[in-house]
Design a protein around this ligand. Sequence first.
Ligand code: SAM
Length: 199
Amino acid sequence: MQGEPAVVVCRLGHRPGRDDRMTTHVGLTARALGADRVFLPTDATGSADTVRDITDRFGGPFEVEVGSPISELREWDGTIAHLTMYGEPVQRVAGEVRETYAGGDPLLVAVGAEKVPFEVYERADWNVAVTNQPHSEVAGLAVFLDRLFEGRELDRERADADRVVVPQESGKRVEQRDGNAGANPGGTNAEDAGTPDGG
Ligand code: SAM
């Protein structure tokens, strides 16, 4: 987050077609929950475009980079947390990750898609499990970032947003940056907010 060391989420692997939605959601979750940048594989350009589009409309700062994730990981000058069901419990290692991060080291958070090369387990400073049960990179990433930032990410302000969602007890309200507001209690999410999957 701004004023803190960089946190970059690195998506290892992407199966075009099968992983499109999941890779997009890794990027959206990274952005929403306080990371500064997401690094996506070259064959995930559709996901990259979607995350950039959401950042343009709902605000930043947040960067999307496309390239070779394994090269990014090898060349990373900072610490690495690799999320895997085989790692150490997040509740046991989060304190150490936070201390190191507070010391000023940028952090790369690696999440997989298919089988992750063993090199990643060895290169990581922490192999972190969000429970030792198999689930999803999006769920693992969300819990990890929240433990890292201890909830500060939930109050993060966005800069240069075209539209802002105004919290409602009931119904939906989206305010345009020019001050126009729209209340669409019966409308679809996509009409209100223009998110890629209507969410
Ligand atoms: N066997 C894989 C593994 O190493 O966790 C599961 C593959 S899963 C479909 C894709 C990614 O989800 C994994 O590479 C990992 O980053 C993340 N993931 C799944 N379960 C997780 C858990 N319990 N804790 C942390 N990350 C998890």
